[in-house]
Design a protein around this ligand. Structure first.
Ligand SMILES: C[S@@+](CC[C@H](N)C(=O)[O-])C[C@H]1O[C@@H](n2cnc3c(N)ncnc32)[C@H](O)[C@@H]1O
Length: 453
């Protein structure tokens, strides 16, 4: 029998696997679910190519449409054309950079131009269903190599191709952030930095930096408990992961727990907790009594795993799979001193981390998500103690989910006093944090207002 470790995977195999993943995203599946089904031996390469393709998909779609105006009859062939056009374009860009004495970006999957063409044709030839289209793939890619500049100039007349986001998304970001829209859209083109949050119960920022330096891992401090690695790497290759010294958490997300100002003994609700990044941070900061809810029981298991690894599980922590917008099953009538409402959102602030999000969302999702967020806030506000603090958070850059929701909350509840918080954080470039929104409220004491929703 063949030893699986001895099997060599070609670029043709990777292109085909990436095309299958892209087809699944086009059909509405999330990329992480799809990649979870790819065999471990090929997952890394497939992920690298697919992430890159999704970050450049607007252009690939437009170019495919220009060169093959009629949608190919087999969806896998269409996806493979998009993947191949993107990989070939990157190969040509890289070749031009090298010829000019420059270095291509480290996150690009770079292959020689002739390899990209040959292997894409090979991928078609190797799959029974699409084999008859070998000549089509060959012709399209060779035409692209000859006419690239003219083709791209024309393609980029379409904002979707220029900015690699759906047109409705470009329009909304442009409208919302007239001075920063290019920066916000452009930031999604880069992979995020790998930022760690030190678990201050196990380790200090200085200790972690020293351990990293001793292991030859370049890193620098970020904020009070963040550490940014110069180059992302698997978590198990970084000292202290299994010992629970740190968690991976973006610098924008690291602001949540400190903003809530939890103190020992407080009764705290984390209403949308999974996978538990902010839950753990709250528990690292103070000995609190914590109820962590999430509507998704499978995601909630990850909260438990994270708390176990970080050694934060104790008698005062309770995890419950429940819908935060319906209090009956989980609220005993005892009000909370502090509530973290890290509500479900479109995720438009974390598209560089999840490059499939922009292609999976529909414009109508915004209104649907806004309505869900309001239902959750309405239920939670009544569980907050007078004098208590309420932190509303999203990882979105659409103001409908951010500032407009904060204003709605204030209008809805006369006893809500808005406190200092960062508001909208925009992703400003490759080194910056994710797009987040933070609004902090105190529930005024002694206000006799009928604010039951
Ligand atoms: C932005 S994520 C939370 C991230 C988490 N706070 C962290 O820092 O790791 C939003 C979460 O809300 C959950 N969710 C969606 N609808 C919900 C509902 N009605 N009640 C409670 N949780 C909900 C989702 O399953 C998802 O895990």
């Amino acid at each position: 029998m063949t030893d699986p470790a001895s099997i060599r995977y070609s670029l043709a195999d990777t292109l085909l696997a990436s095309a299958r993943a892209l087809q699944a995203v086009h059909e509405g599946q999330s990329l992480s679910d799809v990649l979870g089904q790819v065999p471990a031996a090929t997952r890394g390469a497939t992920q690298a190519v697919t992430f890159h393709v999704l970050r450049n998909l607007g252009q690939a779609l437009e170019v495919r449409h220009m060169l093959v105006p009629k949608t190919p009859p087999v969806p896998l062939l269409d996806a493979l054309l998009q993947v191949a056009l993107c990989v070939l374009d990157t190969a040509m860009q890289a070749e031009a950079l090298v010829a000019a004495g420059k270095t291509p970006r480290a996150d690009w999957p770079v292959y020689a131009v002739h390899t990209a063409v040959d292997q894409a044709v090979e991928a078609v030839a190797g799959h029974r269903q699409i084999r008859p289209f070998k000549a089509l793939m060959n012709g399209v890619l060779r035409r692209f190599t000859r006419e690239r500049d003219a083709i791209l100039t024309r393609a980029r007349g379409n904002p979707e191709a220029r900015w690699n986001h759906p047109n409705w998304w470009v329009r909304r970001i442009r409208q919302a952030w007239p001075e920063h829209w290019k920066m916000v859209l452009g930031a999604a083109d880069f992979p995020p930095p790998m930022t760690l949050r030190v678990n201050v119960r196990q380790c200090s920022q200085a200790q972690l930096l020293a351990e990293l330096a001793a292991s030859g891992i370049a890193a620098h401090a970020q904020g009070p408990s963040g550490v940014v690695l110069a180059h992302p790497r698997p978590v198990h290759d970084v000292p202290g992961f299994t010992q629970g010294w740190w968690s991976v958490q973006d610098e924008s997300a690291q602001l949540a727990a400190p903003l809530l100002g939890v103190k020992p003994g407080m009764r705290v609700l984390d209403a949308c907790a999974a996978p538990g990044g902010k839950t753990a941070h709250l528990l690292e900061l103070a000995d609190i009594e914590l109820l962590a809810l999430d509507a998704d029981p499978v995601r909630l298991e990850r909260v438990q795993q994270n708390l176990d690894r970080l050694q934060l599980t104790h008698a005062g922590v309770r995890l419950l799979a429940a819908d935060a917008s319906k209090t009956d099953p989980w609220w005993d009538g005892q009000p909370f001193d502090a509530i973290l409402a890290d509500v479900p959102c479109t995720g438009s602030g974390v598209v560089r981390r999840h490059p499939d999000i922009r292609w999976l969302r529909r414009e109508t999702d915004i209104a649907r998500t806004v309505a869900l967020q309001r239902r959750i806030v309405k239920a939670l506000w009544q569980t907050l103690k007078p004098g208590g603090h309420f932190l509303y958070v999203t990882c979105s850059v659409f103001p409908q989910e951010g500032e407009e929701q904060a204003r709605w909350l204030q209008a809805q509840y006369p006893d809500a006093v808005r406190l200092e918080a960062p508001g909208q954080l925009l992703p400003t470039g490759p080194e910056a944090g994710d797009g987040f929104f933070y609004a902090l409220f105190a529930k005024q004491t002694g206000v006799d207002k009928n604010n039951t929703p």
